[in-house]
Ligand binder design. Structure first.
Ligand SMILES: [Zn+2]
Length: 81
């Protein structure tokens, strides 16, 4: 994962762009268009970057990631009880 993905993810969390709807369902505001948001459920994101990842790396055994999934990971880390 690139450093810019992590930077973007941190910014999303810090700006309150991550909202937990259900234990495994999060709504993440799009960093490029604040009027848009993406839903992250478990390890899946509905953004184009996430979907393209599997198209580009199909069958290589890699796990897709995007700034939204990373933001959820950081969010969970910060909200651990
Ligand atoms: Zn995403």
């Amino acid at each position: 994962m690139s450093a810019s993905t992590i930077r973007k993810a941190k910014k999303l969390v810090e700006s309150g762009g991550v909202e937990q709807l259900e234990p495994n369902l999060f709504q993440i505001r799009s960093s490029s268009d604040p009027s848009k948001s993406y839903f992250v459920e478990s390890d899946t994101c509905e953004c184009p970057g996430f979907k393209n990842f599997y198209k580009l790396h199909h069958g290589k055994g890699l796990k897709a990631n995007c700034s939204h999934l990373e933001a959820v990971r950081i969010f969970k880390e910060q909200n651990k009880s």
